[in-house]
Design a protein around this ligand. Sequence first.
Ligand code: GDP
Length: 307
Amino acid sequence: MVVLTGGVGGAKLVLGLAAMLPPGDVTAIVNTGDDFHHLGLSISPDIDTLLYTLAGKANREQGWGRDDESWTFMAALAELGGPSWFRLGDGDLALHVVRTAALAAGATLSAVTVDVARRWGITTQVVPMSDDAVATEVLTAAGTLPFQRYFVERRCEPVATGVVFRGAADARPAPGVVAAITAADTRAVVIAPSNPYLSVDPLLAVPGIRAALSAATAPVVAVSPIVDGRAVKGPTAKLMREFGFAVDERTIADHYAGVIDGLLVDARAPAADFGVASAAVDTLMNDLDDKIRVAHAVLALADGLRR
Ligand code: GDP
């Protein structure tokens, strides 16, 4: 199983698939458009969310970062007049420091990620979409904002008119990405219920990934991030409205038209023709049973499809 994923929404599905399949059978290909440099550190928020979630270290209440976190660094930073808009817990900081040092010494992001996953006993393969830099920028009424300035500092408040992925056209898929998508024994490629515009589109903007999806023999199936007419979290629904779309499953199906063979929607969605095969299940994933339910449903939908 291959999953194209952003952070929190996608990590839930990856965890469900990993729980129901043999160790090592899931490859998560992760958005790196959110990656940025801050205080001299190389930060990869979606990769970190996957790593923390799969290692059982994610802070579930907060929705980002590590659990059992302490904040001595941020307090000391504030005393020194340092920036406080992006919060870095003490334990989280260690991951960024280790990654930054390894990258500075010549390692690739994919190699650093493999090393962290191994140390934390993660059997799911966590692969960045690219080792080349891709930077998501949001075009807004307040000007063009680098992703984290829009998402964290401005809390997604500025009205968005578009999104660009700087560097994507020249970015190569990271080692293993194309092979995982196109492998003859890949059962399905799943687009996670992640933010289509901010988390999945950067992946699709890497030409080699889009070509691999076309060439794949496995069915490509998306899980809708819309539940009961709303996004479970984050700016997905707000962006849909700002881009002039209805907040519904049809908009998701249209967005992925030509890429997907099937769409798994939430059972609360009104019946509709999505232009591709579809199935419905309760897709709200709170506990592990919920995640496994959605994982089963997406596999069942994919197994019924042929390319
Ligand atoms: P981020 O990178 O951390 O913002 O996370 P993602 O892009 O992976 O996920 C954000 C999307 O996940 C939002 O559009 C949510 O609607 C969706 N999402 C979060 N939890 C769930 C869930 O339990 N079920 C479904 N169907 N979607 C969810």
